[in-house]
Design a protein around this ligand. Structure first.
Ligand code: PEP
Ligand code: MG
Length: 759
């Protein structure tokens, strides 16, 4: 510590006593302003600061000085800062505390002459938070340079909860002003986000986790509060056990793993200990939970790591549940309106399953990413989801009418009559089409000139399997085995994997399934398997490269697949193969596992077919050497195109820059068709291209006869197939391969229209 620092904590009495005194002030005589003034005085004295100031957020993102001890009294209700302006504004904008020994050297420092604060050197401030909303800032200042300790920051944060209580009580600014929004209640809004799951929905807004009134935050008796906490924890654990039992009874599914992990977090010792510590510091059980929840939120803002974020989200979620149990309000998911559009900042794994699925039409999130658990589960449940919709919670009122267009990542809030009726028409058409596709699911997928096109489905979760029969798909052309790994909290052992694969094979009822071995790395993050950050993860240590370096992973998975297929046919596909040698090495592992199984007298698969994903361009020029070693290849157009165009598939700034329907892509695929034919390899396409009817037509024109796609695309692609003539398509596609247009999408659409092909 510097020599000129003062040891300010000599007569510090700790938060408990201070909280008691503040409580007495709150309950004592005087109007709100008088009590706030006393609070500022008490805090300054207790923390040995010359200044204590309380800023309250007002409409228009302004922070108004509401009370001060130490600054010039004339500044009260006159000094106003924008959120983000000055140090106080920065604390508010980031909702994070700041402790600055030399505040005047901070880049945000901007003093207001009317306050007389220029003589103070050090400053510590904390946001006043409640339910994730920033309500103001509480700050202290010292004239002599002072290093504030972490305990002091903690104390100020705890104390800020008392001020939060006054603000939400509506004593300082009216309740209406505390919910600033952009003129909501009247204006229709169109909000954009990112697509997490397609589909259309129309319904009424339900805000996830309407705030639970916390009530008292300062405790009378810590022991009583601890007892209350224990009772609430018990009842929460019981409720989670019930949920798990109910989910188990409904049948198998990966969401059960998610739920199990969640329940494990509910018993997290560190989390419970932090709550108890806050009770020991003088807060009520509710106050302590909220305090820990605010901390979690603050940590989440700083964390980029997907795994940690998911875990913090789980904890935040649990805090909310615990508050419900403390308040006795545990009716989550009950009494939902008929057509519910659920709006949340983010949702935890159990949350979505907690809502009545029969009423849930769509989900809108302020956060969320395609790998988040909620997106994976919503996809499996076929609920449209739009993610990263900025400030949607502030812009929507409960029961507002909302339209969700998941495919285009758009939400229309309080839509006008015209938008509504256009949307209703699209929804009706969408439903009619869906019904028509369902009715046509058993029609053969054959072109007008009698060529069979095999349409298969891509899957990744057990819940996806229901679509196999509902779509009439011929089988699963790509089972992404990493997906069930992604929703778990730890690496599943071989028996667990075998159990899962057995269920998948059982549910396919004899239809073939191509299991792709673990494709992790790149955009597919396993929370518990994170190596050092890479500069170029898409081109980094991923998929088969990991499998070759860590043979235990792949061998365990192959063993599980062999066990699961037991006497039935098995198709295995290796991802990201860049040269024949990698394939040979992976295949050798499979052979070893087969030998091992035979040695132990296990029933071997009736027949084994082994293939490679064609995602890396280098493999195109090795199809001849791959031919004798493999049975099939499947073009993963998502990765192949990202490498072909050197264009990151996950970078939104590159969206739409290159088109799969363009001459270079068509030429490459034509080349692959010829080379795989010559090598005797069965060929399919299982990337996004296969599921877009226009792309599918081009692929058929180039000679591809097997396509695998997401379930929703099978109906439209079947329609296109049945309307097409392969010879005409081949002639037309050949002309496209010589065109220079950036995109040939319109040309293919015109061709389809002219030839009566429904697309
Ligand atoms: C692909 O790359 O096209 C593919 C099907 O695999 P994934 O999308 O899982 O990378
Ligand atoms: Mg891929």
């Amino acid at each position: 510590m510097d020599g000129d620092s003062v040891s300010a904590t000599a007569n510090w009495v700790g938060p408990r006593k201070l909280l008691r005194r503040l409580r007495d002030v709150m309950a004592g005589p005087g109007d709100a302003q008088e009590r706030l003034d006393k609070i500022a005085k008490l805090i300054a004295a207790d923390l040995v600061a010359e200044v204590c100031s309380i800023y309250v957020r007002r409409a228009g993102d302004v922070l108004e000085l509401f009370a001060t001890e130490g600054l010039k009294p004339g500044a009260v209700h006159n000094t106003r800062l924008r959120v983000g302006e000055g140090i106080v504004g920065a604390i508010a904008a980031d909702s994070r505390p700041m402790a600055l020994a030399e505040a005047n050297k901070h880049p945000n420092f901007a003093y207001r002459p009317e306050t007389g604060e220029e003589i103070y050197t050090s400053m510590m401030g904390v946001p006043i938070l409640r339910g994730g909303r920033m309500l103001g800032v509480l700050a202290i200042q010292n004239r002599t340079r002072r290093h504030y300790t972490d305990e002091e920051v903690e104390t100020l944060e705890t104390v800020s909860m008392v001020v939060a209580e006054m603000v939400v009580g509506g004593e300082l600014v009216g309740a209406a002003e505390q919910n600033p929004a952009d003129g909501i209640g009247l204006k229709p809004l169109r909000l954009e986000g990112i697509r997490l799951n397609g589909g259309l929905a129309l319904g009424r807004a339900v805000l996830h986790r309407p705030e639970i009134p916390v009530g008292r935050t300062v405790a009378e008796d810590a022991e009583v509060e601890k007892q209350r906490l224990e009772t609430a924890l018990d009842s929460m654990h019981r409720r989670l056990d019930d949920m798990l039992a109910a989910a188990d009874a409904e049948g198998p599914g990966d969401h059960i793993d998610i739920l199990k992990t969640y329940r494990m977090f509910a018993k997290d010792k560190g989390w419970i200990r932090r709550i108890v510590e806050n009770i020991d510091n003088g807060l009520t059980a509710e106050g302590a939970v909220v305090r820990v929840q605010d901390d979690t939120r603050a940590r989440m803002k700083k964390v980029d790591d997907a795994y940690l974020r998911e875990r913090l989200l789980d904890l935040e979620d649990l805090a909310f549940r615990l508050l419900q149990h403390l308040s006795g309000e545990t009716g989550a998911g009950k009494n939902l309106p008929e057509d519910t559009i659920l709006i949340a900042r983010n949702l935890g794994p159990a949350d979505l399953l907690d809502y009545d699925r029969a009423h849930l039409r769509a989900l809108i999130l302020e956060e969320g990413s395609s790998t988040s658990h909620v997106a994976i589960v919503a996809k499996a449940l076929q609920i449209p989801v739009v993610g990263r919709v900025k400030n949607v919670l502030d812009r929507v009122e409960p029961m507002d009418s909302i339209l969700v267009d998941g495919g285009n990542a758009l939400c229309y809030i309080r839509p006008g009559d015209e938008v509504l009726s256009a949307f209703q028409t699209s929804m009706r058409l969408f439903e009619e089409k869906r019904a028509a596709y369902l009715a046509a699911k058993d029609l053969p997928s054959v072109t007008r000139d009698g060529v069979d096109i095999t349409l298969m489905m891509n899957a990744g979760l057990l819940i996806d399997m229901v679509h196999l029969h509902a779509t009439g798909a011929a089988g699963i052309g790509l089972y992404r085995t990493e997906v069930p790994f992604m929703v778990r909290s730890d690496f599943p052992d071989t028996p667990t994997q075998a159990d899962l694969y057995r269920k998948i094979i059982d549910q396919a009822e004899g239809k073939p399934i191509t299991f792709r071995t673990l494709d992790i790395g790149g955009d597919k993050v396993l929370p518990y398997f994170q190596e050092a950050q890479e500069e170029n993860p898409a081109m980094g240590w991923r998929a088969i490269r990991i499998a070759i370096d860590r043979p235990g992973l792949l061998r365990g998975q192959l063993r599980a697949l062999i066990q699961a297929s037991s006497g039935r046919p098995l198709r295995v596909m290796f991802p990201m193969i860049a040269n024949t040698d990698e394939f040979v090495q992976a295949r050798a592992m499979l052979d070893k596992e087969l030998g091992r199984a035979a040695q132990r007298g296990m029933t071997l698969p009736e027949r084994i077919e082994i293939g490679a994903m064609l995602e890396v361009p280098s493999l195109i020029y090795q199809l001849d050497t791959l031919g004798p070693k493999a049975d099939f290849v499947s073009i993963g157009s998502n990765d192949l195109l990202q490498f072909l165009f050197a264009s990151d598939r996950g970078n939104p700034r590159l969206d739409g820059r290159y088109d799969s329907l363009s001459a270079p892509v068509l030429n490459v695929i034509r080349d692959i068709v010829r080379r795989s034919e010559a090598a005797g390899l069965e060929l399919s396409v299982c990337g996004e291209m296969a599921g877009n009817p226009l792309d599918a037509l081009a692929l058929i024109g180039l000679g591809v006869r097997r396509l695998s796609m997401s379930p929703a695309n099978i109906g439209p692609v079947r329609d296109a197939v049945r309307g097409a003539d392969t010879q005409r398509l081949a002639d037309f596609t050949e002309t496209l391969t010589r065109r220079t247009d950036r995109s040939l999408r319109q040309a293919m659409a015109d061709f389809a229209r002219d030839h009566g092909i429904p697309v």
